[in-house]
Design a protein around this ligand. Structure first.
Ligand SMILES: *[C@@H]1O[C@H](CO)[C@@H](O)[C@H](O)[C@H]1NC(C)=O
Ligand SMILES: *[C@@H]1O[C@H](CO)[C@@H](O)[C@H](O)[C@H]1NC(C)=O
Ligand SMILES: *[C@@H]1O[C@H](CO)[C@@H](O)[C@H](O)[C@H]1NC(C)=O
Length: 377
């Protein structure tokens, strides 16, 4: 391939999406971006020398030349499937165009990056643009400074059609009219997490979960209460029959007018098809076939009716020894309570301990999105 053609292919890739942005250790002033080849582009579309050396994550000579010609500096290219190839990535998703995640979202991602320091943490954001060149590259640069020091944090545009391709959800997605769906943000997020976990394996987490310690189980669902599963956090190995069965049931029993029908209720009814779920007696987990059904204590030690407790001052700060992570019930938080550094509330202590970057940025009154000029929400 000629240099010109290669540049064209690179720009074409940039235009087709499927990119990840990766942040350098903060002490490097230069931007280091991971570019992700779209699933649609196959190896065979490239000369051997344009394939990027993923192992050491260094640009090849060819890519270096290309990037210089495109005036895009210091990036390297890997595929999403490489980043998630261990089948143990931690995934978060944002299905609106919102590009200014709340401090809680930044805390969720940061705490996961810390707890799972040798695993990839990918935040899929619908509002992340496909890259068209230098301007967006410099705009994408340092979007979230509180996460920029984590080598294992990646950002990827969320493109639903790509995500649903190859799953039972694609025909549904092509038929559904988002404008007529009362809970589209939730329903589409319910579908995306299943398809992503089916394809790549790993752990899905809602963006209002603060990670404290690693979840030891690989295949697990989280009980929200006895006999009732949540879908706010779960882990499954790649191509696990449970995620496939959930996607089939999602389509067969689809009812977009019923909140949760494609979410917690779906997980609960598919789990019930596999075994009879007993009540929890104490703080034990339950085994359902090859899936662990984790005790409500693991993620929901504070049940949702008591969600305000997170924003209150406690006599003694609990250590949550029986929990892996804490779900903060953000959907209950209609009044938009936020962490106030120094307030001595429970959430104040949690941020300080599990997501100190965002905590310190808030405490020092720093702009947490210094380089975002517009937000489409
Ligand atoms: C890329 O980053 C390295 C350090 O990580 C730096 O030495 C080099 O000058 C950078 N190259 C460009 C083109 O910015
Ligand atoms: C990550 O670290 C943990 C504990 O340090 C270790 O048990 C595990 O094997 C590591 N995983 C990978 C993929 O390196
Ligand atoms: C889990 O169990 C189901 C049967 O309930 C089986 O079809 C599936 O292959 C098992 N998956 C794994 C990863 O062991």
């Amino acid at each position: 391939m000629s240099k010109g053609l290669k540049l064209f292919v690179l720009l074409l890739l940039i235009a087709t999406g499927g990119f990840l942005y990766r942040y350098p250790w903060s002490q490097h002033s230069t931007f280091y971006m991971t570019v992700l080849f779209s699933q649609k582009i196959k190896n065979s579309d490239f000369d051997q020398d344009t394939i990027i050396n993923v192992q050491n994550k260094q640009p090849t000579e060819t890519l270096k030349n290309l990037t210089e010609r495109a005036e895009v500096k210091n990036y390297t290219a890997v595929r999403l499937s490489d980043i998630l190839s261990q089948g143990n990535g931690i995934m978060f998703i944002e299905t609106t165009d919102r590009m200014k995640p709340s401090p809680l979202v930044l805390c969720a991602v940061e705490s996961a990056a810390r707890v799972y320091s040798n695993r990839s943490v990918v935040y899929f954001m619908k509002g992340l643009p496909d890259m068209h060149g230098v301007n967006e590259e410099s705009e994408a640069k340092k979007i979230f400074p509180t996460l920029s020091s984590f080598d294992n944090v990646y950002f990827s545009p969320l493109r639903m059609e790509d995500i649903f391709t190859g799953t039972p959800l694609l025909p549904w997605y092509k038929k559904v009219d988002p404008k007529r769906e009362p809970y589209w943000t939730h329903v589409s997020a319910d579908g995306c997490r299943l398809a992503l976990i089916w394809k790549y394996g790993g752990i899905y987490m809602d963006t209002d979960i603060i990670s404290m310690r690693p979840i030891p189980d690989v295949n697990f669902l989280a009980a929200q209460s006895s006999k009732f599963s949540s879908n706010g956090v779960f882990g499954l190995s790649t191509h696990h029959s449970f995620s496939w069965r959930c996607m089939e049931d999602f389509v067969q029993n689809y009812n977009g007018a019923v909140w949760g029908n494609q979410g917690p209720q779906l997980f609960t009814r598919v789990l019930e098809q596999r075994c009879e779920i007993p009540n929890f007696v104490s703080t034990e987990d339950i085994k359902c076939g090859n899936i662990s059904f984790l005790n409500p204590q693991r993620f929901y030690p504070i049940p949702y009716p008591a969600w305000k407790r997170y924003y209150e001052v406690w006599d003694k700060v609990p250590t949550f020894d029986n929990s892996h992570a804490l779900h903060l019930w953000n959907f209950m938080n209609k009044e938009q309570k936020m962490v106030v550094p120094g307030s001595n509330t429970l959430v104040d202590h949690l941020y300080k301990q599990y997501c100190p970057n965002i905590y310190n940025a808030l405490k020092n009154n720093e702009n947490i999105y210094p380089n975002l000029t517009k937000d489409t929400t």
